[in-house]
Unconditional design. Structure first.
Length: 321
């Protein structure tokens, strides 16, 4: 018996987490993307349908994140198996919540399961990262790692790739607010400075180390003090209307800290307890209501599971090549 069809969900993520540009990220329960993979006898990887993207995403498998990661995975395991892909986009493009990463993570996770799990979840992470290269020009892992592995992740090194999962306190909840404005990820990376003053770098390093310590020690005061970005936020926040007002509103409502989710426009806060997280969400929403900007609100604990199988079919006749 082998699988001939599988449908997988992978969660949205918050990358950078204030002080950890390109090295920190965590998964949330929702939203997320879904993919359906079906074996075929064509010997090709094909994107047969995309739902929910408004016709914006390419159906060419060489240009679509889901297609790219599945092709890379099959090549790595030496398979010529044909696979048809249906992609369900439940996240707005360019949201700053890891939309491309969720598609990549779901696709490569599904492909691995479909082919009998020849590789571990950690071993398929580099293929998911290639989807990010297609999406934004850089194969960073701060979104795909938590989406694929679940939890809160630290990228210790990219060469060689070394990913560490970090335990988090049970009462830690995230608020993510998506203002319905557009920030292009590639543009948000282009505006960043190539050099950082030493004093700011030292302060940022201290914050990253202290944030990890705060999470492990369940020290909410230390977590709060460490959620400070002195390098990326001062530049990227200029692209986000209402950022300063939203940050002030979140902190006044009890947030431990506040920042930009990925490259924006989504914003996040970490909070102690679900009730506080919900209060913060509505405080931020009020700011954007006043600016006439619609928002989507998400409140979640850190998602520890990562991808999940929604449905699959086993077949005696399914042929694996």
């Amino acid at each position: 018996m082998s699988l001939d069809y599988i449908k997988v969900f992978a969660p949205a993520t918050v990358a950078n987490v204030a002080c950890g540009f390109d090295v920190l990220g965590f998964a949330i329960d929702s939203p997320g993307d879904e993919v359906e993979l079906t074996k075929s006898d064509t010997g090709e990887v094909r994107i047969t349908k995309i739902i929910g993207d408004g016709g914006k995403l390419p159906t060419d498998a060489d240009k679509n994140t889901a297609g790219v990661v599945v092709k890379a995975f099959l090549e790595a395991i030496g398979s010529k198996q044909g696979i048809d892909i249906v992609l369900h986009k439940h996240m707005p493009l360019g949201s700053g919540m890891g939309s491309s990463a969720a598609s990549s993570a779901a696709a490569v996770y599904a492909a691995n399961k479909l082919m009998g799990s020849p590789l571990s979840d950690l071993e398929i992470l580099p293929f998911a990262m290639e989807g990010e290269r297609i999406a934004c020009g850089s194969a960073h892992a701060d979104n795909v790692a938590p989406s694929l592995l679940g939890g809160f992740t630290l990228i210790r090194s990219y060469s060689p790739l070394d990913v560490v999962k970090i335990d988090v306190p049970d009462e830690l909840f995230a608020t993510v607010v998506h203002p319905k404005i557009v920030v292009n990820t590639k543009d948000a990376r282009k505006i960043l400075k190539g050099q950082v003053p030493l004093d700011k770098a030292i302060r940022q390093w201290g914050n990253v180390g202290a944030l990890i310590a705060g999470l492990l020690q369940k020290d909410y005061g230390l977590i709060s003090r460490s959620l400070e970005d002195v390098i990326i936020e001062p530049v990227r926040s200029l692209l986000l209307p209402g950022f300063d007002e939203a940050k002030q509103a979140a902190l006044e409502a009890g947030a431990l800290g506040f920042g930009i989710s990925g490259s924006g426009p989504s914003l996040f806060s970490l909070n102690r307890g679900k009730k506080t997280a919900e209060t913060v969400a509505h405080a931020i929403k009020s700011v954007y209501d006043g600016l006439g900007i619609e928002t989507d609100l998400f409140v979640s604990a850190v998602n520890q599971q990562g991808p999940s199988i929604i449905r699959s079919n086993e077949s005696d006749s399914a042929k694996t090549i």
